[in-house]
Design a protein around this ligand. Sequence first.
Ligand SMILES: *Cc1c(COP(=O)(O)O)cnc(C)c1O
Length: 309
Amino acid sequence: MELPCSFAPIIELPVMKKVKLFLKREDQLDAEITGNKFWKLFYPIKTVLDREGPKPLFYTFGGAYSNHVAAFSALGKRYGFSTHGIIRGEELAQSWHQNPTLRLAAENGMEFSFVSREVYREKAQIERLVKAFASSAVLIPEGGTSPLAVQGLQHMLSPDTQIFDYLCAPVGTGGTLAGLSKYAGPKQRVLGFKVVRDASLEKKIELLSGRSNFDLIEASEGGYGKMAPELIEFINRFSKQYSVPLDPIYTGKLMRKLFELIELDYFPEGSRILVIHTGGLQGIQGANDWLESKARPLIDLLPRAQILE
Ligand SMILES: *Cc1c(COP(=O)(O)O)cnc(C)c1O
C-alpha cells in the first residue's frame, strides 16, 4: 500500500470579505477512495498488509449510508483484500439493493451481515464472536479513530498548507481533527465543526493529538444526519456559485457555519482560512432518496466531470 503520488489540490473561493478562504479538495484525492477516510484507514490497513503470509479477512462496522463503509470496500478492491461489513439495520437484508452506498460496496466485493440496532450496539460482543470463529480476522472499528489512524492525517497536510492561519474540518468521531491538531504548524489554529452532539469529543481529541491548538464549534444543526431545508438550499447555492459539491452530513454543515462566522467577524481581518473538504459525496444519492420520499427539494448534482475534474 503506497501513498498517492500527489497532494489534493487547494483552490481559492472568492468570498469578497475581509478574509481569504481556501478549500483543500480531499474529495478529489482519488476517484473512489476519497477524503479523510483514506487517510484514517491508511496505517491500520497498511500495517496488516505489510505482514508476511496470506491476507486476512477484514471486518468493519457501519450504518447504511456510511462513507467509511464505502471507502473501506474501495480499498479492499484496490489492494486485493476481502472485506466484510457488519451493517446496522436487519431490514436491509431484503432492501440493500436499493441503497446506493451498499450497492457500491457490494460492487467492490464487500459481503454483509445485517444486524438489528440492539445487536449493533453490542459491538464488543460481535468482535469477540468474529475473533472466536476466525482468529486471523482483522476488525476495523466504525469511524476508525485510533492513534494509528490519526497518524495518516500527517499526509493530508503538505508544505503548501503551512501558510494558512486556520485549518477547518468537520468532526464526527474526532480522529481527523486530532490528526490536523497533531500535525499543524506551530502558529496554526485548528477549528473543528461538530456535526454530532458529543461532550466527550474535546478530551478525546486532546488525548489523541497531545495539543490544545484547536477549538470545537457546534454545527450539528439539530443532530447527526438532520437535514434542514435551509441546509439543502445553502448547499445548492454554494455548488452553483463555486462549482463545488458539498455533502449534507459533514461538509455542508461546516461550510454553512463557517460563512456565518465570517459574517460575524469571528476571524481577524486578513486571515487565511483553509477548509478541508473531507469528501462524503457518495452520500448525496442516499440523502436525495430520503428527501424525495419526504417530497422535499433535492441536492443538485453537479456534472460528474466537474466533481472529478
Ligand atoms: C467520517 C467523516 C468525517 C468525520 O471524521 P472523524 O475523523 O470521524 O471526525 C468528516 N467528513 C466526512 C465527509 C466524513 O465522511
